[in-house]
Design a protein around this ligand. Structure first.
Ligand code: SF4
Ligand code: SF4
Length: 361
């Protein structure tokens, strides 16, 4: 199991907070304790036993979106502060202390396998009987709030002649780790990895960067290794278009789009090219680039399930991000949390795959 790197955390704790201008939480909360180095100092003092855990300190340490904006200006290339803070919370926080705002969602996760509770998948699809090309992982946020994006993705697979099965039983487990229940996170990982192995599929397809990050980095750290390669929807559908298995046409009501890079796709997975190339495959569509964009993108405020646990702050961060995006007919992104949060902030937003669907269906 991965453990907190105490030396790196101390480097951050005594750093003059050089990255705080890139931290959306610091900008929104405006408190030293919530700044990147401020959180590292608190985590260090808690881990070394100089402070006692309590609900206020847990709340401050939970104010990290996991966006990795701080890495843009950090002099320690090996430091991933978001991950160190997450490890500090899951490793050292007493088991009976939970972020109060997270309690109902954590209870949902325990009972239903989704933080949103019991919501049946409101989607029609035809699964392959055996050995499908693709196992499509249904993320909890789209399942609960944007089933249309799932429906479109599956219709596109049908249209391209791709055989698939759907994995929609449990969330990936990341929210459980965020809220301090590593045992539950590992249970969900074990279930998901077993179902992946049983599926007979050749690859796992996901439209959620946090699920992708969890399958590819957290599962191995928790002791589970998915046997399937994990592929993002932008890359997968771009390949289908290149192979002419999908042929997008001109969109009737959308001629310009702005693309918002989700933090994890851009900074962790380094997947900035595929979504843009996919947009360029739609005839006549003009892309207005955001500033900042690609690796320098700014978080929408929806990371680390903030829209559930810090909804007002999360929406305020979304409005800040919306304020720096150029106008266009539609804002497009490729993350269910970004889509959800930018919409809550007042944006007119579509998932990239849903836009492709509009150009096809
Ligand atoms: S993340 Fe890097 S730049 Fe930011 S406070 Fe920590 S050590 Fe300094
Ligand atoms: S990961 Fe994002 S929210 Fe967390 S400390 Fe870094 S910049 Fe701030």
């Amino acid at each position: 199991m991965a453990e907190v790197d105490r030396e790196l955390l101390l480097d951050c704790a005594i750093c003059p907070n050089m990255c705080r201008c890139e931290c959306p939480v610091d900008q929104e909360w405006g408190r030293e304790a919530s700044s990147p180095s401020g959180k590292a100092r608190l985590a260090h003092l808690l881990l070394e036993g100089h402070l006692e855990w309590d609900s206020d300190l847990l709340e401050v340490l939970s104010t990290c979106l996991g966006c990795r904006g701080c890495q843009l200006l950090c002099p320690f290339p090996e430091l991933d502060l978001a991950e160190e803070l997450l490890l500090a919370r899951t490793e050292a926080c007493p088991a009976d202390l939970t972020l109060s705002a997270a309690v109902p969602y954590l209870n949902n996760l325990k009972k239903y396998g989704s933080p949103y509770g019991s919501r049946p998948v409101d989607v029609n699809y035809r699964e392959a009987e055996a050995n499908p090309e693709v196992l499509y992982f249904v993320n909890c946020t789209s399942q609960a709030n944007h089933p249309r994006s799932l429906q479109v993705a599956l219709e596109l697979l049908d249209a391209a002649g791709v055989t698939y099965k759907v994995l929609d039983h449990y969330c990936c487990g990341y929210p459980a780790q965020i809220w301090g229940d590593l045992k539950l996170a590992r249970q969900l990982a074990e279930e998901n990895v077993a179902r992946m192995a049983q599926s007979g599929a050749s690859l796992l397809l996901t439209d959620c960067p946090e699920c992708w990050h969890t399958f590819t980095a957290r599962y191995p750290a928790w002791g589970y290794q998915p046997e399937l390669p994990v592929v993002d929807t932008a890359t997968f559908f771009l390949d289908l278009v290149r192979q002419e298995r999908l042929k997008p046409g001109r969109l009737e009501e959308i001629s310009t789009v702005t693309y918002h890079d989700p933090c994890i796709w851009a900074r962790v997975a380094e997947k900035c090219a595929a979504p843009r190339e996919l947009l360029q495959q739609i005839p006549g569509l003009v892309l207005h680039e955001a500033r900042p964009a690609r690796r320098e993108t700014r978080c929408c405020g929806g990371g680390a399930m903030f829209q559930l646990t810090f909804p007002e702050r999360s929406a305020a961060i979304a409005r800040q991000r919306l304020g720096e995006l150029p106008p266009s007919d539609m804002l497009v992104t490729s993350c269910p949390f970004c889509r959800e949060n930018l919409q809550v902030g007042g944006g007119k937003v579509l998932d990239l795959v849903e836009l492709l669907g509009r150009a096809m269906l």
